[in-house]
Design a protein around this ligand. Structure first.
Ligand code: CMC
Length: 436
């Protein structure tokens, strides 16, 4: 652990004063190291939702939610989005430094060599219903990789860990595209390794045996940007899931499958799908004319309706990814001649109304990356149900980098939270005949 203990924090636990080291990272809030709390006081901390808990020590991603800052290995997301592509970002997240040209070429070639999946995988995939949600399919496919690639499952071996990381990054586009093609009833398209990582993914999605996919650099760049912006995001729900699942010593394919399952939820990666569905519904109900009614419903605490794509646990000023995704949105819609798209206009109008509304201002609710990523993906031709799969593809590198960091941490332990128990106290079982 590369942190300094700078001083101590004192806590009064009942009638007992207990001191704990205060740890100082390289940037961001200090943390109180409470690992000895139970031993010293017999008490636990209570923090459902992890509002004030640092669950690990990490060197990968830093977020300052109040200032709207996101850094991967110290580099601002805006600079990475402007100067790097997704594979460079993957290399950075995995290795801590941006690659030289030679390193990038070698990394791209290593990833490329793993893009095909075992032929048997398609028979496994064919067991799913055609109308299954792609995230259900993807959760199964990613977990099943462990059954196909047993030769890289020794988590204590650096070579095996690297092999699994490359396999996951390389095979995710193939699996996501396969799940899409399967839902359409079209033949799977094999990877074409002369294309870039992202162009290859788009070709696997959109080509068919009768029609070749024509690579459009603006659209490929937009998809690549979606990947960069979603590549990692500190200890979010799915990453924490991957860490917790992986902390048992399970293999990386199983741990990443757990991350995919977690990401599916509408409060997390499912938000882009939920956001677009919200816009469709609003459009069907009358569009801009009904905005006032819709916002009133969102503000009603009893309605159970949220403005999807708005709000974030950490960002309380702006989501820097949302700004970049908004720019990409304009670029893509311009390239495709869709600037007048009614859904996009509705999204812009809704955003304006929300940003000026006291309810959202007071709660510091701003558009997050998923407010725009759905619109971009829709314009790129990706069906709504595939959005979260694209997010999972991009986040795989973050999950694997975080998993690797945990496995190699000298302080690595299985994750095992405790609880505040409020159920019945000890009582005797009454045999069923006597229970009345
Ligand atoms: N629409 C309406 N009200 C909201 C929203 C929203 N999108 N988000 C938060 N609030 C309100 C909430 O009702 C609460 O109000 P009150 O204080 O009166 O009870 C207050 O704001 C705080 O909300 P919270 O649920 O305690 O905040 P949280 O930090 O636990 O939740 C969140 C964060 C992202 C789950 C939430 O903002 C949300 O559900 N947003 C919509 C879903 C979404 O867009 N998720 C994508 C997140 S970004 C992609 C990713 O990284 O996964």
């Amino acid at each position: 652990m590369d942190t300094k203990s700078i001083s101590t924090a004192a806590l009064n636990c009942g009638d007992k004063a207990v001191e704990f080291p205060l740890l100082h990272g390289s940037i961001g809030p200090d943390v109180v190291d409470i690992r000895s709390l139970y031993g010293k006081s017999g008490m636990f901390t209570y923090d459902p939702g992890f509002m004030s808990t640092a669950s690990c020590n990490s060197k990968i991603t830093y977020i300052d939610g109040d200032k709207g800052v996101l850094l991967y290995r110290g580099y601002p997301i805006e600079e990475l989005a402007a100067h790097c592509d997704f594979l460079e970002t993957c290399y950075l997240l995995l290795n801590g430094e941006l690659p030289t040209q030679a390193q990038k070429t070698a990394f791209a070639s290593a990833v490329t060599r793993h893009t095909m999946v075992h032929e048997q995988m398609q028979f496994f995939l064919r067991g799913f219903r055609r109308d299954a949600h792609p995230m259900a399919v993807l959760t199964g496919l990613v977990g099943a990789l462990a059954a196909f690639y047993h030769d890289s499952l020794d988590i204590s071996s650096p070579q095996d860990r690297e092999e699994s990381a490359l396999r996951l990054i390389a095979k995710m586009p193939t699996l996501v595209a396969m799940s899409y093609k399967y839902s359409l009833g079209q033949p799977f398209v094999f990877p074409k390794n002369e294309l870039s990582y992202t162009a290859n993914f788009m070709r696997m999605l959109f080509a068919n045996p009768c029609e070749e996919y024509k690579v459009n650099d603006t659209l490929v760049r937009a998809m690549d940007r979606i990947f960069i912006l979603h590549a990692d995001h500190e200890q979010n729900a799915s990453t924490s899931t991957v860490r917790l699942c992986g902390s048992s010593g399970t293999n990386p394919f199983a741990a990443i499958a757990a991350g995919v399952a977690c990401l599916w939820g509408p409060a997390h990666g499912g938000a882009n799908e939920a956001c677009l569905n919200m816009l469709y519904k609003l459009q069907a109900q009358g569009g801009v004319a009904k905005l006032g009614e819709f916002i009133a419903k969102v503000k009603d605490p009893n309605s159970g309706t949220r403005l999807m794509g708005f709000g974030h646990r950490v960002y309380k000023n702006h989501d820097p990814r949302a700004k970049l995704m908004r720019e990409t949105c304009y670029e893509v819609l311009g390239e495709l001649g869709l600037a007048g798209d009614p859904l996009f206009k509705l999204a812009m109008a809704l955003e304006k109304v929300a940003l000026e509304d006291e309810y959202f201002v007071k709660r510091k609710l701003y558009p997050n990356v998923d407010y725009y990523s759905g619109i971009v993906q829709k314009a790129l031709g990706i069906p709504v149900s595939m959005f979260t799969g694209v997010f999972a593809l991009a986040r795989t590198v973050g999950w694997i980098a975080q998993w690797q960091e945990m496995i190699t941490d000298s302080e690595y332990k299985i994750g095992r939270p405790r609880q505040l128990y409020s159920g019945p106290t000890r009582r005797a079982v009454v045999p069923i005949a006597k229970r009345g």
